[in-house]
Design a protein. Structure first.
Length: 243
């Protein structure tokens, strides 16, 4: 079974990463009960052989399964299924996704407003150059690193060191969340557009526009996260067809 070159369709076909294909395969197997709660997954070597993917790709998928709360890794023993899903609240580093998003809404939205009225020309120049690099970047790891720098730079522009310290504290979790959403939600281009809107609001000095742009950005992050971990909920309730 070769999962290294998969496609999925929504209108036009979208080529998915090998990691996403492996994750989808393993998650489906767990949710179907092919691997029951308490079962140990096959070894990495065996899974690589079966799925015809490299070990780094497989390990990324296994990390995503753990983030989603479906599996747990036990040192020296392997990876075990701990839930058949659906996942209610994945974790990114030390923080649950719900806790992370709550803090981001309460910190980053007002921070964007402060940045709009306090930013310097140097802040705008730094943010613009950073976004230009992000828009050209094709490597997910490099893009994710710049994504966290972008949010730190907005906090820096607010001219309150406490805000920056808070973002620094959750920086690792932000990076993990960003990587998760970009690998599985294909959010990179959309994020770039949302970041562009934030910069434009800061350049205009509009506190209201900056607040709205950041709020929209975080809403889209949360929507994508929900679509990954709870797809049925993201799609909304279904209505039976009339006879």
């Amino acid at each position: 079974m070769n999962l290294s070159d998969s496609q999925t369709g929504e209108g036009s076909l979208r080529r998915v990463s090998a990691m996403e294909a492996v994750l989808t395969h393993l998650r489906s197997a767990i949710e179907r009960g092919d691997y029951a709660v308490g079962d140990k997954l096959p070894s990495e070597a065996e899974l690589c052989r079966r799925l015809e993917v490299s070990r780094p790709v497989l390990r990324e998928a296994l990390r995503a399964l753990q983030t989603m709360g479906l599996t747990a890794s036990r040192t020296g023993k392997g990876t075990f299924v701990i839930s058949s899903g659906p996942v209610e609240d994945p974790t990114f580093g030390d923080y649950a996704a719900s806790d992370l998003m709550e803090v981001r809404r309460h910190i980053e939205i007002p921070v964007a407003g402060y940045a709009a009225v306090r930013r310097s020309a140097e802040d705008l120049d730094h943010l613009s150059h950073l976004l230009e690099r992000m828009e050209r970047e094709t490597d997910t790891t490099a893009w994710v690193a710049m994504d966290t720098l972008f949010h730190l730079a907005v906090a820096q522009a607010a001219r309150n060191p406490v805000f920056r310290r808070v973002i620094e504290e959750i920086r690792d979790a932000l990076a993990r969340q960003s990587a998760f959403l970009n690998e599985l939600g294909g959010r990179r281009e959309q994020s770039n557009r949302e970041h562009r809107a934030i910069i434009e609001a800061l350049a205009d000095g509009s506190e209201q526009d900056a607040v709205e742009a950041m709020a929209h950005h975080l809403e889209r992050v949360e929507t994508t996260l929900t679509s990954i971990v709870r797809p049925a909920e993201a799609d909304g309730p279904t209505t039976p067809e009339a006879p």
